[in-house]
Design a protein around this ligand. Structure first.
Ligand SMILES: C[S@@+](CC[C@H](N)C(=O)[O-])C[C@H]1O[C@@H](n2cnc3c(N)ncnc32)[C@H](O)[C@@H]1O
Length: 214
């Protein structure tokens, strides 16, 4: 109960920051704190490649957890090699989900407010979901991350893929969280299943992880 309340308090500030940024910049990569569209899209491609390599069948259902204004869905629609993916998106921020519904007026039902898939999916995917944080307590933030991953893990048939900025030691600097790659792998292996990491092409320090069911 106390943990849940602490996590809700963490999200309160983040929601305000994301909403202000979206209002300021609109439905563009910079509107969800990415440097530019290229930095956003290479991350998407890296995550989806991991899913493709691990996916046992053609019609793979993915949940984009922390979907922002729905940029991953635009990317999937525009990329021939990802046409087999069935997309759904969730975000804790109601302003983001409103933006998704306005952007995809004929596919509003693909998007909903939440922190985990609405129903069972093949893979949950997180792009940048845990980068921005408004506290200076690394341990507490890591506990928050694993708590959220756990909620999606229970609704993911084959696994989870996510990206995190990484550094020699895990820390928070300028409201950005940096994980320690080896330690993240160790924790995810212990809590969930075999975990693999690859450096995200063209984005210094960014690592794409995939956690699979045994
Ligand atoms: C950096 S933005 C990335 C948005 C999108 N994935 C993209 O790459 O364009 C992070 C998003 O994750 C959302 N978010 C943060 N924590 C979340 C959580 N625990 N569950 C679901 N969404 C979350 C934020 O509201 C924000 O929209």
């Amino acid at each position: 109960m106390f943990r849940r309340l602490t996590h809700l308090a963490l999200e309160h500030g983040l929601n305000a920051a994301y909403q202000a940024r979206l209002n300021q910049r609109g439905n563009v990569a910079e509107g969800v704190f990415w440097r530019n569209k290229s930095a956003q899209y290479v991350r998407f491609d890296s995550l989806l490649q991991q899913v493709g390599q691990a996916s046992p069948h053609q019609d793979t259902i993915i949940a984009d957890v922390g979907c922002g204004y729905g940029a991953l869905y635009d990317f999937i629609k525009a990329t021939p090699k990802y046409q087999h993916l069935k997309y759904t998106g969730v975000d804790i921020n109601s302003a983001m989900i409103k933006a998704c519904k306005q952007h995809f007026p004929n596919e509003k039902n693909l998007f909903s407010i939440g922190r985990k898939p609405r129903q069972m999916v093949d893979f949950s995917l997180f792009s940048g979901t845990f980068n921005l944080c408004h506290i200076n307590k690394t341990k507490l933030w890591e506990e928050y991350i694993f708590d959220n991953l756990h909620q999606s893990w229970q609704l993911s048939r084959y696994g989870i893929t996510l990206n995190l900025l990484c550094d020699k030691q895990s820390h928070i600097r300028n409201q950005i969280y940096y994980a320690n790659r080896a330690r993240f792998i160790e924790s995810a292996c212990n809590l969930f299943g075999p975990t693999y990491a690859t450096s995200t092409p063209q984005v210094t320090g960014d690592v794409t992880f995939i956690i699979l069911r045994k």
